[in-house]
Design a protein around this ligand. Structure first.
Ligand SMILES: [Zn+2]
Length: 80
């Protein structure tokens, strides 16, 4: 529990992937690091996540930057 990112507050939108252990600022950002269809789905590794246009914030969480083209259903989370 030394990692400060483990201290997720109640009600936060931050989520941690139980598979790869990475943190994401929102469930929609989490979805962007999962590829494939069950049972062949997997997590992208950090280099691949970066290549998708996600960036690490100051707290070490992956976040969607303006470089990311989000599916229409996610646009409401990232106005502008
Ligand atoms: Zn993962």
């Amino acid at each position: 529990m030394d990692d400060p990112r483990n201290l997720l507050k109640p009600g936060t939108r931050t989520c941690r992937c139980s598979s790869c252990g990475e943190y994401f600022t929102a469930p929609s950002v989490f979805d962007l690091h999962r590829v494939g269809q069950y049972p062949g789905c997997r997590c992208l590794d950090p280099a691949e996540i970066d290549a998708r246009g996600l960036t690490l914030d100051a707290r070490g969480r992956w976040t969607a930057s303006l470089r990311v083209t989000l599916p229409d259903r996610d646009r409401r989370f990232y106005p502008g």
